[in-house]
Design a protein around this ligand. Structure first.
Ligand SMILES: [Zn+2]
Length: 466
């Protein structure tokens, strides 16, 4: 069979139809899998439908619809999923890869291909089948991504990168050991040109001063240069923000997307209206990031769904009295409960006002755990006032729509079969996203977190799925 090239700019309509014709005709070598009689959420925001089927061939979805109408391709492997729930794999729109070993964080020591790919496998085990990595990548990310796109049928989460995000010299942002700061608008323009030429999918900038503990924030002429250079290179510009005033001005400057919420106060109708008018997205609200800073001991440290994704030595470190005392003594510790409340209220206000919002965690830096945090983020989005269906749509179809070329996130012919199969319906209880039955990346099952674990042999993973 002719192999369909996994081109990034997948022309879904025409190529999708051709693919359906090719596959339903039944060829000797095509691998066709049918998931039958399942309740299905397609990622578009439509309510789930009962008794649906999905057909996938060679890793791509070829047909979705009512089970009674499904085609019967010859040689297909049919799996009866009666009682199960099927949805697109989750997309986490804000992660950082390869920065830690346990809770020790160091780009210089730990950022290598093995660590990056190990984390991408961990995301996939948690049902997060794509991640957007937000501005702390070394150049090797471009090789990882080029290989993913060449291979197509990978066994880990798909990565999309902002490469090296732009940091204003002496200000907040980036990671030690990665050269990524600029001092002038001209330097910003040159950096964005240089980095997008390496293959960045989008561009990131930081505008923050860590509660005023850092002397300077990125000045507006520099952010304008970053945004304009990104657009000139055909890329979207994403911003780390904290302050309301910065969000308002960056919206005026034409930034495409915010990767955190407004947190110094609450986003008001004026900001939401401006964001809507300019088409600015709130792609990540990172509620799990802010929530994690309100604890000296994460409240779920003994939950099997969390603990299986974290090495036992790391859990021991998290529980240690020394670490808990150190966190409690930090002058920033008391600042986070109101920051979390502001972020949650801002998200709810923007959602009510009709701003487009996605799901993103800022997981990857120390003690912000890949995979688990996406499930916690969904739970916090619902606690903030969204319905489970709204939170799930943010994490699938909406996140996918941020990158025009994205090939997953909705269950439609032509898209990669990146799928999450659950034992229970998450639109009834958002915590049901944890009842993972199977994860497919490009039509192949990958080990779920209930079948594997970190830092232990598979037969020593601890408690199994409840
Ligand atoms: Zn981040």
């Amino acid at each position: 069979m002719r192999r369909i090239r996994p081109a990034r700019a997948w022309a879904s309509t025409r190529v999708g139809v051709a693919l359906v014709a090719l596959c339903l005709g039944g060829t000797a070598t095509a691998e066709t899998v049918v998931l039958d009689h399942v309740t299905l959420f397609d990622g578009t925001g439509r309510a789930p439908r009962a008794d649906q089927s999905l057909v996938m061939t060679d890793g791509r979805i070829t047909w979705v619809g009512p089970a009674r109408r499904r085609p019967a391709p010859t040689g297909a492997i049919v799996t009866d999923l009666r009682g199960k729930f099927l949805m697109p794999g989750l997309i986490d729109s804000h992660v950082h890869l390869g920065l830690v070993d346990g809770v020790d964080q160091s780009f210089t020591r730990y950022y290598d291909r093995a660590n990056v790919e190990q984390q991408l496998k961990l995301y996939a085990a948690y049902g997060v089948t794509s991640v957007y990595t937000l501005g702390t990548d070394g150049d090797l990310i471009h090789q990882v991504i080029a290989d993913q796109r060449r291979i197509g049928r990978i066994d880990m989460a798909r990565a999309y990168t902002a490469g090296r995000g732009v940091v204003y010299k002496g200000s907040y942002g980036g990671v030690p050991g990665l050269e990524q700061s600029v001092a002038t608008p001209a330097e910003a323009t040159a950096m964005v040109r240089r980095e997008t030429a390496k293959g960045d999918d989008f561009v990131k900038l930081w505008m923050d001063d860590e509660f005023g503990t850092v002397a300077r924030r990125m000045p507006y002429p520099v952010s304008r240069a970053v945004i304009d250079a990104a657009h000139a290179a055909g890329r979207k510009a994403a911003a780390h923000i904290f302050y309301y005033d910065n969000a308002a001005e960056l919206t005026r400057q034409g930034v495409d997307v915010f990767m955190h919420q407004v947190r110094d106060r609450v986003a008001d109708p004026a900001l939401a209206t401006a964001m809507k008018r300019r088409g600015t997205w709130q792609l990540a609200s990172t509620l799990s990031r802010e929530a994690s800073f309100t604890y000296t001991l994460l409240p779920f440290v003994d939950e099997p769904f969390f603990a299986r994704g974290v090495a036992p030595a790391t859990i021991a470190t998290l529980k240690s009295a020394e670490r808990r005392q150190k966190l409690a003594a930090s002058p920033l510790f008391p600042k986070y409960p109101p920051v979390l409340r502001n972020a949650m209220t801002s998200l709810a206000a923007e959602a009510r006002a009709g701003v487009r919002y996605g799901m993103g965690t800022d997981s990857g830096p120390t003690a912000r755990f890949p995979g688990y945090f996406a499930h916690w983020e969904l739970e916090l989005m619902v606690a903030a006032g969204l319905t489970p269906l709204q939170a799930l749509t943010a994490a699938t179809g909406t996140n996918a729509g941020f990158l025009r070329e994205n090939e997953s996130g909705v269950l439609r012919p032509g898209k990669w079969a990146d799928l999450l199969v659950l034992d229970r319906d998450p639109t009834r209880d958002i915590r049901n996203t944890r009842a993972i039955s199977a994860v497919y990346v490009a039509g192949r099952k990958v080990p779920t977190i209930w079948e594997t674990c970190v830092g232990r042999a598979p037969d020593a993973c601890g408690a199994a799925k409840p």
